[in-house]
Structure formats: C-alpha cells, structure tokens
Design a protein. Structure first.
Length: 150
C-alpha cells in the first residue's frame, strides 16, 4: 500500500492580491517574542522551609500535628504551647517572613532567626534550631517567639 498526499485546492476568491495584508492578522514581523527561559532554581534552604511551616502553625492556619513529623523532642511540646497562644495571629492578616538568617554552630545544625511581619509596622521575632538526623532529614529541636514590643 502506498500513501498518497495531496495538496488542498485553493478556492477561488479567497486569495488576496500580492502585497496586500490584513492588519488584523499577525505577520512574521509582528509576532510576539518568545519568553526567555529562566534557569531552574535551586531548592529552598531548609531554614526557609521550616520558617514557613512554623509560621503556618503559629498563626493558626495549620494544626500542630501537621508539622509533627518535622519536630523532635521537647520542641513539639513548646510548639503546642505556643500554638495555643497563636502569637502570630493579628486581625485575620496573614503574617509574612520579612527577613531570615541562620548561624551554623557545627555541621548539620542551624540556629535560625527570622523577622515576622504581623501587621502594619509590627514585627515579631521567631527563632528555632534545626538538626540534620541520621536519616538525612531536618528536624526542628527548639522553637521560640519573641513577645511584642510594648
């Protein structure tokens, strides 16, 4: 069996005279430029991920058990106590991380500090400690939230 390809016949009256263009149709010169490809981004740092997780729990947007597998030792008790107080909840506004930093006292341990915006011109402090476990997973071992300024 042989495949046969045929060209469609042009219909009379549908062609335009040469040099005439329709302003409503794009031409090769008027096509939109291709969007630039952005290089793949590296995965977020563990400190950023944990800051967001703790922010969601401490603002009451997620329950404490949502982060339970990422919290170790007595930090879970501390987080439960803090979450009951909802220290980062302000008038229904969602708090945001303004700035985050960390200190590495030894390999596999981060002490993290973050400034959390809880409303117009209101900043709170969040501090936590991360340990890299034998299973290569990060776990939070301490959590503290600074009290608002008087």
């Amino acid at each position: 069996m042989q495949k046969v390809m045929t060209r469609p016949r042009s219909r009379p009256g549908t062609t335009r005279p040469p040099g005439r263009t329709d302003p409503r149709r794009p031409t090769a010169a008027r096509t939109a430029p291709r969007p630039l490809r952005t290089p793949p981004q590296p995965p977020p740092h563990p400190t950023e991920l944990f800051a967001e997780r703790l922010l969601l729990v401490l603002s009451g947007q997620k329950p404490v058990h949502w982060a339970a597998r990422h919290i170790a030792h007595t930090a879970f008790d501390d987080l439960t106590r803090l979450a009951e107080l909802a220290p980062l909840t302000v008038n229904g506004r969602r708090p945001t991380v303004h700035r985050i930093g960390h200190y590495e006292p030894r390999p596999g341990v981060y002490e993290v500090f973050a400034r959390i915006g809880t409303g117009p011109a209101a900043l709170r402090a969040l501090a936590f400690r991360l340990h890299l476990g034998a299973d290569q997973r990060w776990r939070c071992t301490a959590v503290e939230v600074g009290s608002p300024a008087p």
